[in-house]
Each structure stands twice: as C-alpha cells, then as structure tokens.
Design a protein around this ligand. Structure first.
Ligand code: NAD
Length: 439
C-alpha cells in the first residue's frame, strides 16, 4: 500500500519506519525542514532505540522517503495518517487541535481517488467528525473516509510496541472500504495475532484517553499508597508486589516515584477531564489524580530538603536523569522540570546529567542549571545525589567513587532502584520512596 504520514515526530516517524518495514511504501512528511533534512542525511531528529537502523534499512530498500510537502505523497496514498502533535491548549487544558485541523485542510486539497484519512494523533471525541467536515468543505468532490486509529506505543520501546502491539484499535464511521484498507495496513501483523478491534469512531477516540487516564490513576494510586507506607512503617514495593500478583490488578504501573510526566499522560488526562466536564459527566477520579500528581512533582522535593538537613540554600544538588523516563530524549512535562525549579526556588545550585535529554533540557530549564558529562562529574562537590530517572547506567554506580567526589554522602532515590542495605554499607544516607521507618 501507499502510505503518507503527516508529522514525523515520536509517533509519525516510528509508525512510518515500521509500516515501511512491513512492506508498504511510506512517505513521512514534516513541516520542519531541519527534521526532514536530518532524516534525508541519515540523522535521527529524536532518540529512540533501534530507530536509526530501521530507518536506514527501509530508506536503502526504497520503502521509506521523506518530504516537507504533503501534496504529492497524499494524492498518491491509499491511507494518509495524521500524526501531528495535540498539546494542551494554554489556559483551559483542552487539546489544541490546530495542527490536526491544519493538516486536514492541507490533505483536503491533495486528495485524489478514494483515500482513508486515519487520525493517529490523540484527539478528543468528535474530532474525526470535524476533520470529516473540514475536508468535505474544502474539497466537496473528494472521495475519502476519516477513521480513528489511536497509537499506544511507548517512547523508549516504540518499535517493539508498534510491531507487537497488545491491540490495534480502528474507529470507523460507516465506510466499509475504510475497514478493508485499515485491515490491509496491519495485515503483516496478523502473524503475531494482535486483536484488531473495529469500533465506532467516537468510541475509538475515547479508548485512547480512557487507557491513558486509567494508567495515570494506577500510578497516582501507588504514589499515595507510598506516602501512607512512609507514615505507617510499611514498604510500597512489597505492597505493589503483593497486589500486582493478583491477575485482576497486574504488576505494571505500580512503581512509586515522583509522579507521572511525559508527552502524553499530563495533557491527555487534562483533556479528558475537560471533555467530561463539557459533556456533563465529570470524571472526578481523574480530576483528583491530575491534582494529586501536579502537587506531587513539587512536594517530592521535601525529601531532598530533609535529606540535606532541612535546608538546601547554597548547596549543590546533583540530579541524575532529566527525561520523563529512560531510553528517550523527550523532556515534555518531565518531573525533573518541577523538581529542579523547586530546588532552585529554595536556593540550591543544581548540576544535572542525563544520557540523552540534556539538549532538550537546556531549552527548558533555568539558565543557572549546569550540566555534567557523566554521573561522577555530576556528583563532584554535591551535598546530595538525586536519582530522578531510572536510566540503566545509574543502576550500578561506584559508591566509593561517588563518596570521594561528593561533599556529603546523601542519596535520594526517587525511583527505588537501589536496596537500602546496599547503600548504607557504603556509608551513605539513603532516602527513597514509600519505605517507612519500621518496614
Ligand atoms: P511530536 O511533537 O514529536 O511530532 C509531531 C510532528 O508533527 C512535529 O514534528 C511537527 O513539526 C509536525 N507537524 C505539525 N503540523 C504539521 C503539518 N501540518 N504538516 C506536517 N508536519 C506537521 O509529537 P508526538 O509525540 O509524535 O505525538 C503525536 C501525536 O501522537 C500526539 O497526539 C500524541 O498525543 C500522540 N501519541 C504520542 C505518543 C508518544 O509516546 N509520543 C504515544 C501515543 C500517542
């Protein structure tokens, strides 16, 4: 099949490369010329494990091309995917749909022959109807069907998630030709037998938000249980294991930490809350999770302050990990942003290290933050070392070397990647999440 993908970011580029790998002929399009120039030169505009190799292979095979212009690839495509960003709209928390609607207008003028327009961006219920209306009003003669095909990949494991999804959801609005086309797009995956769920377009749009909101609730739940554990002398990791082994609950998303962040959960929970309020069916659990999580990203800093004897003014605090999770360079809504700002507000000097996130971080963090070349340089002269993101390279640090580098041996492990006994052996003071004193 011929496929055009509008938007070559974390979702568009990974989807495009994987679909090309399935044997489709794919063009990935982006308005940002520097991204397309980089891709044409074989450089990845984002960090995603395995992506460079996958792109290189499919470009060499002639399956994958890049363009800044959508007219030609969209006119030749059987399916045009919209994979542009849907950030939070400033002020009210609704999803900003201007990129989606802009793409719809551009696609409308280019359509030629029957074409499926598949919305992969995460969009509120009813967006498919509006995209349909926009295309029809710009090009009344166009023969097309708008479907919803939300994406569930996770950054850091995106290729594997795309190629081995738990499920593929396609929301239709009555055109059977669209069902056949979408079944054909994903046919190469049938060998792995992921459930292909066909449903209504509005239902499909809601499935994506409901999934993300549910996961955000699960994280927020275990974070609150962690606080309770600290106050009553229990251990949240054992609680998580104890409940997670129940099949009805499951072990995933039960890791207590500094609160969820990233490019999806914060904006998607807030957009869902707004949709629900506007539809007279408020989602009070999700509203509360959003508020609890926002609060947590700053209050977690108290752990650092108390570990430093109640005051961080004038002290150097070393931060290990800036991205919202490991194996990505994505800094959007990363907990590190609020944590570092709160430390600066309290008078601390912050030095940070992240294996992939420092380029993006420099554009987002206060200019007083300094950056190190590695974990040990980061720890030099620091009063405390704070693990914010659980990159693998922070899991086996040399504590002797750290102790010699630091002015005081304090570790705050916001991801619970170490065992208390192990750290104490090295003479460190150790503060983690959800481990009460008598645990
Ligand atoms: P992104 O910001 O990385 O990429 C979006 C790209 O679209 C940008 O490169 C931008 O330049 C381009 N763009 C915008 N308007 C355009 C236009 N008219 N023509 C061509 N290019 C245009 O965003 P992302 O993280 O890939 O997310 C895209 C969508 O997928 C969002 O709705 C997001 O919620 C959803 N999603 C993201 C993830 C994730 O892990 N990042 C996972 C599932 C779903």
């Amino acid at each position: 099949m011929r496929i055009a993908i509008i938007g070559s970011g974390y979702v568009g580029l990974v989807s495009g490369a994987c679909l090309a790998d399935f044997g489709h002929e794919v063009t990935c399009i982006d308005k940002v010329h520097s991204k397309i120039d980089a891709l044409r030169a074989g450089r990845m505009p984002i960090f995603e494990p395995g992506l460079e190799h996958l792109v290189e292979r499919n470009v060499a095979a002639g399956q994958l091309t890049f363009s800044t212009e959508l007219a030609k690839p969209a006119s030749e495509a059987d399916v045009v995917f919209i994979a542009v960003g849907t950030p939070s709209r400033r002020g009210d928390g609704h999803a900003d749909l201007s990129y989606v609607y802009g793409a719809a207008r551009e696609i409308a003028g280019a359509l030629c022959g029957f074409t499926v327009v598949a919305i992969k961006s995460t969009v509120p219920v009813g967006t498919g109807d509006e995209v349909d209306r926009i295309i029809r009003s710009v090009n009344p003669a166009a023969d097309f069907a708008v479907v919803s095909n939300p994406e569930f990949l996770r950054e850091g494991a995106a290729i594997d998630d795309f190629k081995r999804p738990d499920r593929i959801v396609v929301g239709l609005a009555g055109d059977e030709r669209a069902r056949d086309a979408m079944a054909e797009v994903y046919r190469p995956l049938y060998l792995n037998k992921p459930p292909l769920i066909f449903t209504g377009r509005r239902t499909s749009e809601l499935i994506k938000y409901a999934a993300n909101a549910f996961l955000a609730l699960k994280i927020t739940f275990i974070n609150e249980i962690a606080d309770l554990c600290e106050n009553v002398g229990a251990n949240v990791q054992d609680v998580a294991r104890g409940i997670g082994l129940d099949n009805r609950i499951g072990p995933k998303f039960l890791h207590a930490g500094p609160g969820y962040g990233g490019s999806c959960f914060p904006k998607d929970t807030s957009a869902l809350v707004r949709t629900a309020q506007d539809s007279n069916a408020p989602l009070r659990l999700v509203e509360t999770a959003v508020a609890v999580n926002d609060q947590r990203k700053r209050t977690i800093v108290r752990k650092v302050v108390s570990a430093c004897g109640g005051n961080v003014r004038g002290k150097t605090i070393a931060i290990l990990g800036l991205t919202f999770k490991p194996n990505t360079d994505d800094m959007r809504e990363a907990p590190s942003l609020s944590i570092i700002q709160a430390l600066i507000d309290l008078g601390a000097q912050v030095r940070a290290f992240d294996p992939e996130g420092m380029t993006q971080a420099r554009t987002l963090l206060d200019s007083s933050v300094s950056y190190a070349e590695g974990p040990y340089e980061c720890a030099e002269g620091a009063e405390a070392l704070v693990i914010v993101t659980e990159w693998n390279q922070f899991r086996a640090l040399d504590f002797g070397r750290l102790r010699r580098a630091m002015s005081s041996a304090v570790m705050v492990d916001l991801r619970n990647i170490y065992k208390r006994e192990e750290i104490l052996k090295h003479g460190f003071r150790y503060v983690n999440v959800g481990e009460g004193a008598a645990a």
